[in-house]
Design a protein around this ligand. Structure first.
Ligand code: GUN
Length: 278
């Protein structure tokens, strides 16, 4: 069965739209500012999708672009100004950044209350300690999609491919909160195939086109594909969807799987941030 992230995200956007209407009646106009540093085609596409989702639900969206040669101080002072701007509720710095910048330094400058990506040290620490705070949107989107389909998580063996700060690590923590047993596979893992075969829920977030094949998975596993790759000018996931579909019980497509869920979670975080101002 297909886990239809596109459809679930659409439903969530309707909920967000209603929340935005209520906020506007209280003269609160939720606003997200997205910062892009340096040219990156994938980031431009992500930001275009974030912008159109914001516009659809009535969230104000401003995009700020800094070219690669911008002085670090200028970016720092911009983030600080946005932190103290009462009309701004969410700030995100689109990843990846050009290599010469320390992305963690910028992520950590965003105030905890406006950090709708959940990347600053306070929010990552809160996630670690099971406390309330903004959590990374892709990880939230994965868990929310599984819950929408009533897929049991407690006690299951979840295998995550990829250990990034943006997806793999926070997702492992969220699955632990849901009482799953979690394995993270990365480039140095020995005997990857054996571990992948044991997964009740397999999440791939490595960015390698169609490398997960039906022969690699446990029969009736739940397959979540976070990968967004370009192959022959088409967008494909890390999973060979047509091959793996029959062998799995549930599977997310790419596109229209986790991508729209990530954006829906971002919108929810912005509305939560704006609601906290009441
Ligand atoms: N790059 C890829 N995914 C994300 C995300 O969720 N947030 C940000 N800021 N950058 C990303």
């Amino acid at each position: 069965m297909i886990l239809d992230g596109f459809m679930v995200a659409k439903k969530i956007r309707e909920e967000v739209k209603n929340k935005v209407e209520l906020l506007k009646q209280k003269n609160i106009y939720p606003k997200l500012v997205a910062i892009q540093i340096g040219k990156n085609i994938a980031s431009e596409i992500y930001l275009r999708n974030k912008k159109s989702a914001c516009e659809e639900v009535g969230i104000l969206f401003e995009e700020m672009y800094f070219d690669e040669n911008t002085k670090e101080d200028e970016i720092i002072s911009t983030i600080e100004r946005l932190n103290s701007d009462l009309l701004v509720h969410g700030i995100l710095i689109q990843s990846p950044l050009p290599k010469k910048f320390d992305s963690n330094k910028f992520f950590n400058l965003v105030s905890e209350e406006k950090d709708v990506d959940g990347f600053c040290n306070i929010n990552t620490s809160k996630l670690y300690h099971n406390q309330d705070g903004f959590k990374p949107c892709t990880a939230l989107g994965v868990i929310r999609l599984l819950k929408e389909y009533n897929i049991p998580i407690s006690g299951k063996h979840v295998v995550i491919l990829g250990r990034s700060n943006i997806v793999g690590k926070p997702l492992a923590l969220l699955f632990l909160q849901e009482d799953a047993t979690v394995t993270i596979i990365h480039s140095k893992t020995i005997n990857k195939e054996n571990l992948i075969k044991q997964a009740d829920i397999l999440v791939s977030a490595i960015g390698k086109p169609q490398i997960i094949k039906s022969s690699m998975i446990k029969k009736n596993a739940v397959i979540v594909d976070v990968g967004i790759n370009y192959l022959n000018k088409k967008i494909v996931g890390d999973v060979d969807f047509d091959d793996v579909k029959q062998e799995s019980s549930f599977i997310t497509p790419v596109p229209k799987g986790i991508g729209p869920m990530t954006i829906a979670m971002l919108l929810l975080n912005v509305v939560t941030s704006a609601s906290d101002k009441i």
